[in-house]
Design a protein around this ligand. Structure first.
Ligand code: NCD
Length: 305
């Protein structure tokens, strides 16, 4: 199943056909993973370049590659090596293209992924470019919504927290926008509202959305997508201190309700641990879907699915 793109920098690149195809392959990859993996990517090498901290994304890319029999080369502490010596992103990526069949990169600067993709001689995947995009998280979130709700059309979703700097809600918005009858309720402090690049997309597509400061206004949806206030993006730390406890989801908010609770993780304090045991708390299942979604994407970008 060919995808309409060679490099993945933004979810805006995906068509509905792309998303449907990735979802289908991800569900097949779940069976592959659960039955012991395969050697589909046995001659392939992934270069993993993380200029910003990552636990889940890096581990799940590596796990995805290993479960398909591929190998991984990692540049750890890369900010202390080539970047420190003054090498450009373009040169680093051109060089990594000589070592690997596919490259994944996380970088603190918005737009860095486009620079990297322009220099890549092998498929390139953005694993987060500052407050810009995090397309593979958006894709695994779509896989999760499908698995939890049984459909991607007609979804009412509430996004809560740092909608300004949280790249995952940007990526997810563009993907959900490919489906029919989607409604967004956006809950954030005034300082952290969804950026215009996303709301203008909702408007263009005629997608219905509303903005509010109150968590209580968003508890009637199918999906409740909580996010962390992105401490590392605040130039003014007192601003972070002021906003960090804006929303805390308690079990009483969602207990016995037909609402799926998601979070890209890591959580700080925005979901109380008493939510974890509820059947509709989907965030750890969501993390597991990260592996099957990335298995699908790696195989498809390498022309093996
Ligand atoms: C997210 C990210 O890096 O943007 N984490 C992740 O990849 N699962 C969310 C976050 O850091 O808050």
């Amino acid at each position: 199943m060919p995808l309409s793109f060679k490099h993945l920098t933004s979810t805006k690149q995906l068509t509905r056909e792309d998303m449907d195809a990735i979802l289908k392959v991800a569900l097949e990859m779940e069976k592959v993973r659960d039955s012991g993996g395969s050697d589909l990517l046995k001659d392939k090498v992934l270069a993993s370049l993380f200029y910003e901290p990552s636990t889940r994304t890096r581990m799940s890319f590596e796990s995805a590659m290993h479960r398909l029999g591929g190998r991984v080369v990692t540049a750890e502490g890369i900010q202390f090596s080539s970047l420190y010596k003054g090498e450009t992103i373009e040169d680093t990526i051109a060089m990594a293209s000589q070592y690997a069949d596919i490259i994944v990169m996380r970088h603190p600067e918005q737009g860095s992924a486009d620079k990297a993709a322009s220099a890549a001689l092998v498929p390139f995947i953005n694993a987060g470019d500052g407050p810009g995009q995090h397309p593979t998280q958006g894709i695994l979130d779509m896989v999760t919504i499908y698995k939890e709700r049984g459909t991607l059309d007609g979804i009412n979703i509430t996004m809560v927290g740092d909608l300004k700097y949280g790249r995952t809600v940007h990526s997810l918005s563009f993907l959900l926008g490919l489906y029919n009858d989607i409604t967004f309720t956006l809950v954030s402090p005034d300082e952290l509202k969804m950026p215009e690049k996303v709301t203008s997309f909702y408007k263009e597509k005629g997608i219905s959305f509303s903005e509010t400061n109150k968590l209580e206004d968003g508890l009637q949806s199918d999906v409740l997508y909580m996010t962390r206030i992105q401490q590392e993006r605040f130039a003014d730390k007192s601003q972070y201190e002021k906003l960090k406890d804006s929303y805390v989801l308690q079990a009483s908010h969602v207990k016995d309700k037909d609402i799926t609770v998601m979070h890209p993780l890591p959580r700080v304090n925005e979901i109380s641990t008493d939510v974890d045991a509820l059947p509709n708390a989907a965030y750890f299942r969501q993390a597991s879907n990260g592996v099957i979604a990335r298995m699908a994407l790696l195989a498809m970008l390498l022309g093996k699915a």
